[in-house]
Design a protein around this ligand. Structure first.
Ligand code: ARG
Length: 259
């Protein structure tokens, strides 16, 4: 009798524990998030020839998902459409080298910063005329639509701004002689020059601004805590530093804890 009772007790308790554990996992982790990205921005988010996504942000996002125990799918969107998709909640989050700005933070939420960046001016290597931001007045400037670089270009008196769907296209326009300069994120432009993809281009003013990238979610999304938790973990356990050194060949700088 006693033996049977004990066995039955074990079965009941064991089963209840399984149920509880299942519920706990479902409520916080174990979800599949849809995460938007514009994969035209090497070395952050770009495509292999096979179409598979690769880059620093792709690896950071994978590491975050492992650390915080959730699943996700990437959804490719033009950069220009990412913030509206977050506003309309058709995606759960976005990682796309998105600069944390006060303006954007009015309509979407940001994780803690995961990358320190800034804007740079690129010109053709043989150009002696443009020496910095102040010499861009009345010039033709190419930018990627919807970016902080586009915002900066708008502040230049008399500038004729040409907007393109991606930063590589804007840089190609510069190379082709159709514009005088490109305002774009410095690390992306430096990477394009260093990998030899853009011979004939130089940077005149590096770090025109200081910017930080954050993972964006719809305003006050419950997933923000999950993403921040994963990001905290990969920053602490060395995974972030490994990924950073793989792509940038130097130790990562320290990052502010809050956006
Ligand atoms: N950091 C800039 C911004 O937030 C440009 C980001 C472009 N990212 C991309 N995947 N195309 O405006």
């Amino acid at each position: 009798m006693v033996k049977f009772g004990f066995v039955r007790w074990c079965v009941v308790v064991g089963f209840s524990c399984l149920l509880l554990a299942g519920c706990a996992v479902n409520s916080s982790a174990g979800k599949t998030l849809q995460i938007a990205t514009d994969p035209t921005f090497p070395p952050f988010e770009f495509q292999k020839e096979s179409g598979e996504l690769q880059g620093f942000s792709v690896e950071v996002m994978n590491a975050i998902a492992v650390a915080a125990n959730f699943k996700f799918n990437f959804k490719s969107l033009p950069f220009d459409g990412i913030i509206s998709a977050l506003g309309a909640k058709t995606v759960d989050a976005a990682i796309s080298s998105i600069t944390i700005t006060e303006e954007r933070a009015k309509t979407i939420s940001f994780s803690r910063p995961y990358f320190k960046s800034g804007l740079a001016i690129a010109i053709r290597a043989d150009n002696q005329d443009i020496t910095g931001f102040d010499s861009l007045k009345n010039k033709k400037i190419a930018v990627q639509i919807g970016t902080t670089g586009a915002g900066k270009a708008k502040s230049i008196p008399g500038a004729q701004i040409r907007s393109f769907d991606s930063a590589p296209i804007a840089l190609q326009e510069l190379l082709n002689g159709n514009v005088d300069a490109v305002i774009n994120d410095a690390p992306m432009t430096v990477y394009a020059i260093n990998t030899g993809n853009l011979q004939g281009i130089k940077i005149v003013q590096k770090l025109l601004t200081e910017e930080f990238y954050g993972i964006a979610t719809p305003k006050n999304s419950p997933n923000l805590a999950l993403i921040n938790d994963g990001l905290d973990r990969v920053l602490k356990n060395g995974t972030y530093s490994q990924i950073y050194q793989k792509w940038f060949k130097v130790e990562p700088p320290s990052l502010p804890a809050k956006s």
